[in-house]
Design a protein around this ligand. Structure first.
Ligand code: 7TS
Length: 406
């Protein structure tokens, strides 16, 4: 993966006069030249709206937009490109589902099962729908190694259970979600099974046919693509049944004064001019990952995470907030350094050219559950090297010195 770095122009820049060690890939990944060029090429050569004009540019833009959909479908093992809906990202996808499926189907007393490690994007939309419908939220907790504790699962699996929605991988602890077990639980009572795959599709080989969930959402910007676009995969019969949460142009076949007919899936869910340049960039990102191979992406991530956990274990007073077992986690490492506030840690690291995130990582329920106010977080991707980790560790020793930790 060492040669991969050369494809990422931003990694050549200096930050505060230091080599950039970009360790914030869970927030958003950097983009290779191939993605940047594909977006630029679209604007320079065939910028046009899609599915509308009869002219050449419109046809080229439409082909590129739909090609991207096909690439995404193949990348995740979908049966057809019609199973892939373009969204604005994971958050938007989850809202399309909560409104499009939950609002008209959930009733008072129904239950939505989540886990305490969910990102706000997989908590707040369900709180809103629960308020509208009278449904109830219930949560699985974590065990002592930060894995989802399934020992209480049976308690929730009955005919009140209508929706299970779980993260494929936590953006805080790196914990891989127990998707297969929850799919089985959902199946046993006919509940809808949703995967928040914002962190899992970018980092783990994904085959929706094998996973057996009903819906899965993710964001392009966390997998080398641009911001402003993501995908919602759905089982065909679920997408057919689900209501469109947004109305407007492009999502209809006919509009009369008092009623309209929806366009076929997936267009029924894509109201308005879609993010076309972003779709083109998303397609280029998929091409890039396909070339690397997702098995290789995962192998690299396991290796770099093993190296990072080893090196971090040398740093006195450093506590990792996440699983120690590499098979249970991805390359996102949250940590605390003595009693130094994570924001101070991040600021000192920034002076050393090391970019990490500090805070609650949009997972406030998890922070409360773990009884930590915030963590610092280093997160990795295909371009992360041992040199980045070494720079992080050097920076952490500097933070210790500055804060007078003995
Ligand atoms: N779900 C998970 C597990 C995430 O990590 C994120 C974003 C989202 C949903 C929302 O994705 P979006 O593209 O719609 O914003 N996570 C992070 C993060 O860890 N730091 O910044 C964004």
């Amino acid at each position: 993966m060492q040669q991969v770095r050369a494809d990422f122009p931003i990694l050549d820049r200096l930050v505060n006069g230091k080599r950039l060690a970009y360790l914030d890939s869970s927030a958003t990944t950097q983009k290779p030249s191939q993605v940047i060029d594909a977006i630029s090429d679209y604007y320079r050569v065939y910028n046009s709206n899609v599915h509308r004009g009869a002219h050449t540019l419109a046809a080229e833009a439409t082909i590129a937009y739909e090609d991207a959909r096909t690439k995404i479908a193949q990348f995740i093992g979908a049966g057809s490109s019609n199973e892939v809906v373009f969204t604005k990202g994971t958050t938007n996808g989850m809202n399309l589902i909560s409104y499009g499926w939950g609002l008209n189907r959930l009733r008072e007393g129904d239950r939505i099962l989540l886990t305490v490690m969910e990102h706000h994007a997989n908590v707040v939309p369900w709180q809103i729908i629960a308020k509208h419908t009278g449904a109830e939220l219930v949560y699985l907790e974590l065990d002592e190694d930060y894995r989802v504790d399934l020992s209480n699962l049976d308690r929730f699996v009955d005919d009140r259970l209508k929706i299970i929605s779980v993260s494929g991988m936590s953006n805080v602890t790196g914990t891989i979600g127990p998707v297969p077990q929850l799919v089985e639980a959902a199946r046993s009572v006919g509940a809808l099974m949703i995967v928040d795959a914002a962190q899992s599709v970018p980092h783990l080989p994904t085959n929706v046919a094998e996973i057996g969930a009903d819906l899965l959402v993710f964001s392009a910007h966390k997998m080398l693509g641009p911001t402003g676009i993501g995908a919602m995969w759905g089982r065909p019969e679920i997408l057919e049944e689900m209501d469109p949460a947004e109305g407007g142009g492009e999502m209809i076949t006919d509009v009369r004064l008092y009623e309209s007919r929806w366009a076929p899936v997936p267009h029924k869910f894509e109201a308005g001019t879609p993010p076309i340049a972003q779709a083109v960039g998303f397609g280029a990102a998929i091409d890039y990952l396909d070339k690397l191979g997702m098995e290789a992406v995962r192998r690299h991530e396991v290796a770099i995470t093993r190296y990072a956990l080893d090196r971090l274990s040398e740093v006195p007073d450093l506590r990792v907030v996440g699983p120690t077992d590499l098979s249970a986690r991805g390359g996102t490492i949250s940590f605390e350094l003595g009693d130094i506030h994570p924001h101070d840690v991040a600021t000192i690291l920034d002076q050393e050219g090391v970019a990490v995130r500090a805070g609650h990582h949009c997972a406030k329920p998890l922070m409360r559950y773990l009884e930590v106010p915030a963590t610092a977080r280093a997160s990795f991707y295909v371009y992360t090297t041992e040199e980045d980790i070494d720079q992080l560790v050097t920076g952490l020793y500097r933070a210790r010195d500055l804060f007078g930790l003995a």
